[in-house]
Design a protein around this ligand. Structure first.
Ligand SMILES: [Mn+2]
Length: 442
């Protein structure tokens, strides 16, 4: 886990790029689940990235124009023994300074009163509009007051900009200690997939396997699942974000599991595997599985410096379209099918996304007209799939699909680090060969 030194280094990088602007980065609030119960707390990843502070309702100020010992200020919930007895420990203002390296810390309730003073001398304000409904009015009021007084004071922050281009560019490149954490998240997630495949039997409920996987995450010290685990038998696998997970698993069908853990410091795994519930592929299942596997392996191999995520996607699409053509599920010339997207009733999503503190991590995929080049230290998922159901209409001119193919949903997803020369598959502990998918340990 990164220590305070790691977070301090990040703050230095961030402060160095603010060019005289103040940055205001709020923590996440608690979110009501129902009545007076809240969802488990999940810190805002930008706030976490810069502070490592895991409490709700805090605000971090970054002020490169202030003296060296006043550049990182935290507003936090104050210590309060009664509230802490109900809801748990708080570090308070002193703890924020001692344990989290804040130069100065104040109770959050003082933010409206103090923000104006802190912003004096800032050339602009970096704050993300539209995401922090309780903090936003405080920021706008402080900025408005500065603008009202600029005539007499002679200076004000004039611009209000989003901090994302700076912060998310930093987050896109993973440091070596972060990569260790991501390997750990992938390792635990991969092991959970192996466990599920080894116990699955016809007649089990999807929920049983969800429980098994998430129990393993918790046993390994993770916070739990990084996102709603998808445990989808048969046709449920064709629902891309299926999370009901409450159907019986049928003999002769496939099971698709898309699940990954979230570690204590918010690094995530995101892995998908698909295998036969009874341990034997049917001919149709095997034919489609082999296409997805070939597409996935070729796409993984293309995750190298200088390539880009759009090319990775194109490689997967071409192999899938080629395979579907051979099976008669598509008709026409491969280039025409790809150009007009005539395969999208069968493969309707992109081949991957950045992975980091957020499962769908931040960072641009395009800058202006150009796709972002892959570089060492970036991590992305590679997850092509084939989904055959009646949900998407068959495009005009394409063959209608025979019933024997229907209800087959297959996705294979790995977490891949762009290495110096070669891709490193962080989730390689989860098997994916045809043989392994048909093998049971128990
Ligand atoms: Mn994914």
């Amino acid at each position: 886990m990164g220590d305070q030194h790691c977070f301090a280094k990040r703050r230095d990088h961030f402060l160095g790029q603010l060019e005289g602007m103040a940055a205001i980065i709020p923590a996440a609030p608690l979110v009501t689940h129902h009545a007076d119960c809240e969802y488990p707390f999940r810190q805002n990843s930008d706030f976490w990235y810069l502070t490592g502070f895991d409490e709700p309702d805090a605000v971090a100020l970054f002020m490169p124009y202030r003296p060296l010992e006043e550049r990182f200020v935290l507003f936090v919930l104050p210590k309060d023994s009664v509230t802490e007895a109900w809801n748990g420990f708080r570090y308070g203002t002193e703890g924020a300074v001692i344990h989290f390296g804040a130069d100065i810390a104040h109770p959050l309730e003082e933010l409206p009163k103090r923000l104006g003073d802190y912003l004096k001398g800032a050339q602009g304000i970096a704050f993300r509009i539209g995401k922090h409904p309780t903090i936003e009015p405080i920021v706008l009021k402080a900025l408005a007051t500065q603008l009202d007084n600029v005539q007499r004071n002679g200076s004000s922050a004039f611009s209000l900009v989003a901090p994302c281009p700076i912060l998310h560019q930093l987050r896109l490149y993973k440091e070596s200690w972060e990569l260790e954490r991501m390997r750990e998240a992938s390792r635990i997630s991969a092991k959970a997939h192996e466990l599920a495949r080894n116990v699955v039997r016809p007649g089990m409920n999807e929920r049983y396997l969800q429980g098994l996987i998430e129990q393993y995450f918790l046993e390994q010290g993770a916070r739990g699942p990084a996102y709603g685990s998808i445990v989808a038998g048969g046709d449920n696998a064709c629902i891309l974000h299926y999370t009901a997970n409450n159907a019986l698993l049928n003999d002769g069908e496939l099971l698709l599991i898309d699940a990954g853990c979230c570690l204590s410091d918010y690094y995530n795994g995101d892995i998908t595997r698909t295998f036969p519930i009874n341990g034997r592929f049917t001919g149709e299942q095997k034919a489609l599985y082999e296409i997805v596997l070939e597409a996935q392996q070729a796409a993984v191999e293309s995750v190298v410096p200088g390539n880009n995520a759009e090319e990775v996607h194109k490689i997967a699409v071409r192999i899938i379209v080629e395979g579907l053509l051979e099976l008669g599920l598509l008709e026409g010339s491969i280039d025409c099918l790809i150009e007009h997207g005539l395969y999208r009733h069968i493969y309707m999503h992109r081949t991957g996304h950045w992975l980091g503190l957020d499962v769908h991590d931040v960072g641009a995929y395009r800058l202006g007209d150009y796709p972002v080049n892959l570089q060492e230290g970036m991590v992305l998922t590679v997850e092509p799939g084939i989904y055959i159901s009646d949900r998407f209409p068959v495009p005009e001119g394409q063959p209608s699909i025979d019933d024997r193919w229907k209800g087959i949903g297959i996705r294979i997803e790995d977490d891949v680090l762009v290495g110096e020369k070669y891709p490193e598959v962080l989730s390689c502990d989860a098997e994916k060969s045809v043989d392994a998918m048909q093998f049971r340990n128990t």
